[in-house]
Design a protein around this ligand. Structure first.
Ligand SMILES: NC(=O)c1ccc[n+]([C@@H]2O[C@H](COP(=O)([O-])OP(=O)(O)OC[C@H]3O[C@@H](n4cnc5c(N)ncnc54)[C@H](OP(=O)(O)O)[C@@H]3O)[C@@H](O)[C@H]2O)c1
Length: 243
């Protein structure tokens, strides 16, 4: 029996879910459960971790999963590693729906760092007004540089924050260049910290930073396991038809 598991939590996963649903393909969409009200999907949806690679392998067996598409965020490296391990162990075809990394353009002032700890280290120095656009999960790490004023943009209103001096904007995106330019002007942003997520949904802040002549601390992508990588939803549908 055919049953696709989509590891989701991204715009690309949502587009795939719609396409799969439109085609009447049997599929389940999986959220990690990081946000309070995940977007409803046109597919049966499950929420929460599987319990590591072994837990995912068990889920695959117990639920008769025949194919897995890893459409998680390019920084969700643990989930991607678990998917590769579990699919190898269970003999389940796996493909990743990926998006190209962003590249600097003329006028960009990007400084690359390999990971979050390196971004934290690069923030040592005098206080600045920093747009820390890295999501909620790693804010604790930046408490090692409490001298800055941080602007945070989060999907859910936070209950407590590890940063002593910050403004929070609650918004889910997608964002526009005009909106992000106005946001950074309003907050007197001097530096943007961004993950190299790729895609269109979060790109606006980089275009706004260029327009405003602001430096960007760009966190490069983590290494991913070896797997089939596909760039578009039609490619995934074609892979599903043949894998
Ligand atoms: N990292 C980002 O910047 C970012 C940005 C936007 C959206 N997201 C989305 O947020 C979710 C979590 O990202 P992350 O970076 O925290 O992941 P991660 O560090 O790679 O994963 C940590 C653990 O969270 C669980 N998990 C992650 N994605 C899952 C999914 N789609 N379904 C079920 N369990 C999942 C797994 O738990 P178990 O080991 O218990 O299975 C995984 O081991 C992903 O769905 C991702 O697409 C992440």
């Amino acid at each position: 029996m055919f049953h696709l598991l989509i590891l989701g939590g991204t715009t690309e996963a949502n587009i795939l879910a719609k396409a799969v649903s439109d085609q009447g393909v049997a599929a389940t969409y999986s959220y990690a459960g990081r946000v309070d009200n995940p977007r409803p999907q046109p597919l049966p949806t499950r929420v929460g971790g599987f319990g590591g690679a072994q837990g995912l392998a068990r889920y695959i067996r117990d639920h008769g999963i025949s194919h897995v598409v890893d459409a998680t965020h390019p920084f969700a490296a643990q989930m991607s590693r678990n998917a590769a391990t579990a699919c190898a162990e269970t003999g389940t075809p796996l493909a990743a729906l990926t998006r190209p990394a962003w590249g600097a353009q003329e006028g960009d002032r990007w400084h690359h760092v390999p990971d979050i700890p390196a971004a934290v280290a690069a923030l040592s120095g005098p206080p600045k007004r920093v747009f820390l656009a890295v999501g909620r999960m790693h804010l604790e790490d930046f408490s090692a540089q409490p001298q800055h004023h941080y602007l945070l943009r989060l999907v859910d209103a936070p209950t407590a924050l590890p940063l002593p001096d910050c403004d929070v904007v609650v918004s889910r995106g997608p964002f526009t260049v005009e909106g992000d330019t106005a946001l950074m002007e309003r907050h007197g942003t001097e530096l943007v910290v961004s993950k190299n997520a790729g895609g269109t949904g979060a790109r606006a802040k980089l275009d706004a930073a260029r327009a405003l002549g602001l430096a960007v601390l760009m966190i490069d992508r983590p290494a991913m396991p070896e797997r089939v990588e596909l760039a578009t939803v039609p490619q995934v549908l074609n892979w599903l038809a043949h894998a």
